[in-house]
Design a protein. Structure first.
Length: 150
């Protein structure tokens, strides 16, 4: 790994080189963990930070490929427990990953999707079964549904 490969600028908002990439102002300080995460240091202000800072991967020990696998299963509608069985990732970790990535996506959405005047909106290819199949309906449910309660 060379310093030219660094894709993140200084994270200190008070630094003269804040978020500037390619100026050779950041250097690799050390590599940590089994995922070989780069710890960087800004040569201008001296601030140390992780290459994952500001990403949903920050402070996650799960490998990026495993995180991708988890998100693919969740995105296809698998439950937390099914995803746990298929990927071997603990359910608490799955929920943590889903929350972090979801919050990150919301931030990106709120930052870039603004003032859109849509004449028509389509939402395709995602559906879910809501309710009960008739064979699972008991008499009371049918009565409530008939009265418009369900
Ligand atoms: Zn700096």
């Amino acid at each position: 790994m060379k310093d030219e490969d660094i894709k993140i600028g200084c994270i200190n908002p008070e630094c003269a080189d804040y978020q500037i990439i390619g100026k050779n102002n950041t250097a690799i300080r050390r590599i940590v963990g089994k995922n070989k995460i780069l710890m960087l240091k800004c040569n201008t202000c001296g601030k140390e930070f992780s290459e994952r800072n500001g990403t949903p991967l920050f402070r996650l020990k799960t490998s990026p490929s495993k995180i991708e696998e988890v998100l693919n299963h969740i995105g296809e509608g698998c439950s937390i427990r099914v995803t746990e069985r298929l990927t071997g990732v603990n359910r608490n970790t799955i929920m943590n990953i889903t929350k972090k990535v979801g919050d990150h996506c919301k931030k990106i959405h709120d930052k870039y999707v603004k003032d859109i005047e849509a004449g028509e909106v389509q939402f395709d290819e995602k559906w879910a079964f809501v309710g009960k199949k008739d064979k699972n309906n008991v008499k009371e449910d049918k009565k409530k549904a008939h009265n418009g309660i369900m």
